[in-house]
Design a protein around this ligand. Structure first.
Ligand code: NAD
Ligand code: MG
Length: 394
């Protein structure tokens, strides 16, 4: 029987690629639910092609437009504050792909787990904010959380069949982004256009900026801590500019397993949706002679301070990663609006981490409070005048 999939954030980079996977495998997958924040036209087009049972348009002003466009189809159209948390409970859903960006992914993911749905998890912020709670709930409700993030998919795949063997260390690989090898002075004047040019991956704006600032790797370290139940000192990061080795597990006997492939998110998306099966695909295959040399470098943690800040938040534990995430969401949004410079982003995150209220054992409500408080503080530290973005000369 086909797996019935709900795609939260179907109009984004991961959502669109997930629908490509569904289109290529009509005998494996069926779309039950599609959701978008505000891109009504694309949502309508997707709904007409994939015929889900329901769609959610987050932006309520677009609700009449979407309803009217889909009036002749047997598709429920929903909007409003509780639409996402309600829709994920639909009995016919087998698996929920969380491809929303940011903190907004948390509550729908929790509701999906509580109603027994497996999760294909792209929204890493969910695990950064509340990883312990999420993994606890997943065990309690006997649901699988299968990572979509390429590094975590790699580790998940390396661990198959190794359930009784202890991990000594994992190495998350990082491409290094567009500013690999640059110094602090260079970073202080980079523009959003430069930061949005990722060398290997086409992704949504938020994660592209996170990749340039290395916050993405910081968030991924925290994501890995919870997904694989590892203490912080067992997680390391290594720069690998070609993005072919997606991550590495080192076992206690010293043996290392890596998962490799071309940088194409469709692979980890398909793996997560089809798990535990592997489906034949026609994705491009790796050619050794196009990549005669795979290289590895150390991360410069003084230049890319966000990685250090993420380790610090992870070691402090409690609500610290939630604070880190909230402050980061605010500064990335501000950077995209020319309201803060690239390097000021880390300064503000550090300040917010110092000044937010610390909670050692946060409940879900505490996370909500903490997220709001950290956002308010981060807003307050944004420079009043904004930043002039001067294109670099030469
Ligand atoms: P994106 O910005 O391209 O798409 C986000 C999607 O979520 C859109 O459909 C948008 O309408 C929806 N959305 C955004 N904010 C929302 C909100 N507040 N409420 C409801 N819906 C909302 O983002 P993306 O690059 O596809 O990334 C999605 C998630 O996957 C992120 O957490 C990202 O870190 C993770 N991820 C992405 C990639 C990638 O290659 N793009 C790789 C690994 C992990
Ligand atoms: Mg990743």
């Amino acid at each position: 029987m086909n797996k019935r999939v709900a795609i939260l954030g179907s109009t984004g980079s991961i959502g669109i690629q997930a629908l490509d996977v569904v289109r290529a495998n009509p005998h494996q997958f069926e779309v039950e639910v599609l959701t978008a924040r505000s891109n009504a036209d694309l949502l309508i087009q997707q709904a007409i092609e994939y015929k889900p049972k329901a769609v959610v348009i987050d932006d309520e002003t677009q609700f009449p437009y979407v309803s009217q466009a889909l009036a002749n189809f047997p598709i429920d159209v929903m909007s409003g504050k509780d639409a996402l948390t309600e829709i994920v409970q639909m009995p016919s859903i087998d698996i929920v792909l969380t491809a929303i960006v940011g903190y907004a992914g948390l509550l729908p993911t929790i509701k999906a787990i509580e109603s027994g749905k497996d999760i294909a998890l792209a929204n890493k912020e969910t695990l950064v904010v509340a990883g312990e709670l999420i993994m606890q709930k997943a065990r309690q409700h006997d649901v699988q959380i299968i990572p979509v993030d390429s590094e975590h998919s790699a580790i998940f795949q390396c661990l198959l069949g190794e359930e009784n063997n202890r991990i000594e260390k994992i190495y998350l690989t990082a491409s290094g982004g567009p500013f690999r090898g640059k110094d602090k002075k260079f970073l202080s004047v980079v523009t959003k256009h430069e930061a949005l040019k990722h060398p290997n991956w086409e992704m949504g704006n938020k994660i592209t900026i996170d990749s340039a600032s290395m916050m993405n790797k910081g968030l991924e370290v925290i994501e890995a801590r919870w997904l694989f139940g590892l203490e912080p000192d067992k997680i390391d990061v290594i720069v690998h500019p070609q993005s072919i080795v997606h991550s590495i597990v080192q076992f206690e006997d010293g043996s290392m397993k890596a998962q490799m492939g071309l940088p194409d998110m469709k692979l980890p998306i398909q793996f997560a949706l089809a798990y535990p099966q592997r489906i034949k695909s026609n994705f491009d295959r790796f050619d050794f002679f196009h990549y005669p040399c795979l290289t590895f470098e150390q991360v410069d943690r003084e230049v890319f301070r966000n990685l250090e800040l993420a380790y610090m938040a992870m070691r402090r534990g409690g609500n610290s990663p939630c604070i880190l995430n909230a402050a980061n969401e605010i500064v990335v949004d501000a950077f995209l609006k020319d309201k803060v410079s690239f390097t000021e982003m880390s300064d503000i995150i550090e300040q917010v981490l110092e000044e937010s209220t610390y909670t050692a054992n946060p409940s879900l409500e505490d996370y909500g409070f903490s997220n709001e408080e950290a956002r308010r503080l981060a807003q307050r530290y944004l420079p009043k005048k904004g930043v002039r973005q001067n294109p670099r000369v030469g």
